[in-house]
Ligand binder design. Structure first.
Ligand code: URA
Length: 436
């Protein structure tokens, strides 16, 4: 590190220099060990924010972050393991559908998922709306579950990429969250530490995505794929539309119910299309077959209900009440409901999808603070999708909550999230691009 003074490294990055691999490794080790104060690391993050990073710097940063904690060894599991990560969305229940499809096709899924973040929902919270479902399994139990049933979805272990946890907390309060290299290294450090052989990234784009502009989503996808390549793991990114909520249901048990219905052969067309593409790609990676063949296998697993059976097996194995999977009507929506109505005749032309996610949070479907609990039955059921014809006074969405005071506030918020126009809008492509 030259002089050994961290301030000189800050100067270097600030002035547009390229950091050496060893400098980056030492920076992350020292920061994780508490030897670099937050104010200096904040300055470095801001320098990275403005100056960016080369692919080589980014790979070195991500690998150093991965190595700051435990790296899971999935080698006891037979076959090529494939992980999937979504950069987040509204109504995104894809893991609940894709993981069972992929497992039913013989590709093991050993997945660590997260909780809701901001306006986006989290797979762990959704799974916990199945009574009894345990997301905290000991390592041996997790491995046994994957070997027995072909899949398990659990919470991230406490010591996975601790450098990311520390860096994210700083980014959150220093205006440096929205840096593409910092987002890419944050996501990939955790994915690489989770130990799967190959990685599929679902990079969402549009008004309900973390990054809303296509150009930014494409850049994020490209940077993450480059990190995967630099780390020696085949990584593919699929850019998918989050221009409107995926499916009709937003909120934990509402989404689980919609996911089960999809696995039972019903379910919304957009959910099916995105899930078959994601599952097809994971199967293609795991079985080393062309994508189209992967998609055909995924479709068969869905049609023949093999994937539905897998979800039942996983639920039983993780202590969940399988009766809910057999009869999704058992999931109770929260008892207080109301509708948002169309103010005029026309077509549903545009949604502020992030706003719809916020409204679901206001109803109780998300956490207001880290400690607050979730109302699993709270959320939104969209009655119309983009391009649907609507009549004045017709319901656009139905809202569910357990607290009267939340309904009014969320309904007012939702009213501004849906735009009616006289002209039928062009429809967004769901699978926008694939980056290898
Ligand atoms: N998700 C992450 O894990 N990290 C980021 O920086 C942004 C989204």
């Amino acid at each position: 590190m030259g002089t050994g003074r961290f301030v000189d490294l800050i100067h270097k990055k600030r002035d547009g220099g390229i950091l050496e691999k060893e400098e980056i490794q030492k920076m992350i080790q020292s920061f994780t060990a508490g030897k670099i104060p937050d104010y200096q690391m904040s300055a470095m993050l801001m320098a990275i924010y403005f100056r960016g990073m080369t692919d080589e710097e980014l790979t070195a940063l991500t690998l150093a972050m991965r190595d700051s904690g435990d790296v899971v060894d999935l080698s006891p599991i037979d076959g090529i393991t494939v992980d999937k990560h979504s950069t987040g969305g509204v109504g995104d229940k894809t893991t609940l559908i894709v993981a069972p499809i992929v497992a039913a096709c013989g590709v093991p899924v050993a997945k660590m998922s997260g909780r809701g973040l901001g306006f986006t929902g989290g797979t762990l919270d959704k799974l916990q709306s199945i009574p009894g479902f345990r997301v905290e399994l000991a390592e041996e139990e997790f491995f046994r579950a994957v070997c027995q049933t072909g899949l398990s979805v659990i919470g991230q272990s406490g010591n996975l990429a601790p450098a990311d946890k520390l860096l994210y907390a700083l980014r959150d309060v220093t205006g440096t969250v929205s840096s593409i290299p910092l987002i890419a290294s944050s996501i990939m450090s955790k994915k690489l530490a989770a130990g799967s052989d190959k990685i599929l990234l679902d990079v969402t784009t549009g008004s309900g995505a973390f990054i809303k502009e296509m150009e930014g989503s494409r850049e994020l996808a490209r940077r993450m794929v480059a990190i995967g390549r630099g780390a020696g793991k085949e990584t593919v990114a699929m850019i998918t539309s989050m221009e409107e909520p995926l499916g009709y249901a937003i909120g934990n048990s509402l989404e689980v119910k919609e996911a089960i219905e999809t696995l039972q052969g019903e379910g919304p067309e957009d959910v099916k299309e995105v899930c078959l593409a994601l599952a097809g790609m994971m199967i293609s990676l795991g079985k080393e077959i062309p994508f189209e063949e992967g998609k055909e296998r995924a479709e068969r697993a869905l049609q023949q209900k093999a994937a539905y059976e897998k979800l039942k097996e996983m639920t039983a194995c993780q202590g969940g009440d399988v009766r809910y999977i057999e009869n999704p009507k058992l999931f109770r929506r929260a008892g207080i409901s109301g509708c948002v109505l169309a103010p005029e005749d026309g077509y549903l032309a545009k949604t502020n999808t992030e706003g719809i996610g916020v409204a679901a949070g206001l109803l109780g479907a998300g956490r207001e603070t880290k400690e607050s609990s979730i109302d699993f039955g709270a959320g939104i059921y969209m009655k119309k999708k983009l391009g649907d014809k609507v009549k004045k006074g017709e319901a656009l969405a139905e809202l569910f909550t357990s607290q009267e005071s939340r309904l009014e506030k969320a309904a007012r918020y939702m009213e501004n999230c849906m735009e009616i126009r006289k002209q039928k809008p062009g429809m967004p492509k769901l699978i926008v691009d694939i980056i290898r």
